[in-house]
Design a protein around this ligand. Structure first.
Ligand SMILES: [Zn+2]
Length: 278
């Protein structure tokens, strides 16, 4: 309207009026463009058709957790009257249970169902062999697909240190599980030269599912002992074991690495079990 009035007053104003009007339009267009550009970056902007974006495709359903449908038996060694090995007041049964409970939480977070052979400090059976049979029974009844038995080691020479994993010589899948566990534990402690070894432990020999027995470290070694009672280190151990389970379930193969010439000391034996455990 202003332009019309000014047009009546003279051509110069009319031209000036158009110039002002054109500039105004340009400024307005610029503002609109800026607002649209800003608006298109806002959450939900892609749902507004006037912003010119195609609607986002329907997201795929969330992926199943990696251990969905997998049942894992976790066996914290010893318990109750049976403390396992003890050094400087640290009882093996307590270390085993602490790491086993952390492992249970991690496996469940990955979607697994976990069968615990014990969840507190008790062992209902006085006889060691009967106790092991009950643990194996629980794993079998729970339809576990693999079993991890968790222990800590001891040796008369306190310089011996490092985690070590065992499998039954007749179980190729137990061996694969043990090699993966050992690889993860060596990744946590790269100086650990120990390898997964075959051993005729009762729990391994009588397990109906692939099984590995892990000695998390030596309670007879002061450095190992300090780490094994540290909750942060226990959590890292549980992470390592959970990763090994994941790799096992995924079908991963791993080969034993060379010992680089380092040998176990003569007469070396693993954790000193009562004879009925063998
Ligand atoms: Zn033990």
């Amino acid at each position: 309207m202003g332009r019309v009035n000014r047009a009546v007053g003279g051509g110069r104003w009319a031209i000036a009026g158009w110039r002002v009007g054109g500039l105004g339009l340009l400024v307005l267009a610029g503002i609109v463009a800026a607002v649209l550009r800003w608006g298109s970056g806002l959450p939900g902007a892609d749902r507004l058709p006037f912003l010119g974006r195609a609607p986002a495709p329907t997201p795929p359903p969330p992926a199943r957790p990696p251990l969905h449908g997998v049942v894992v038996a976790v066996d914290p060694g010893h318990g109750g009257e049976d403390g396992g090995v003890t050094h400087a007041g640290v009882k093996e049964k307590d270390v085993n249970l602490a790491v086993a409970l952390l492992l249970r939480d991690r496996l469940e977070a990955l979607g697994a169902r976990v069968v615990m052979t014990r969840e507190d400090d008790h062992d209902s059976l006085l006889d060691n062999r009967a106790s092991l049979n009950l643990r194996l029974y629980k794993a079998r009844e729970g339809e576990a697909q693999l079993l991890l038995s968790i222990h800590a080691n001891s040796f008369p020479d306190p310089s011996q240190w490092g985690a070590q994993t065992f499998f039954h010589p007749d179980s190729p899948e137990g061996r694969r599980l043990a090699l993966l566990v050992q690889e993860e534990l060596v990744r946590l402690e790269p100086d650990n030269y120990r390898e997964a070894l075959a051993a005729d432990y009762y729990v391994l020999r009588n397990s109906e599912m692939p099984a590995a027995l892990v000695e998390l470290g030596f309670l007879s070694n002061p450095d190992d002992r300090r780490k094994l009672v540290d909750p942060g280190y226990q959590a890292r151990l549980a992470d390592s074991l959970a990763r090994a389970v994941q790799r096992f379930v995924a079908g991963e193969q791993v080969e034993s690495r060379p010992t680089a010439g380092r040998q176990l000391p003569p007469g070396f034996i693993m954790e000193i079990y009562p004879p009925e455990v063998w």
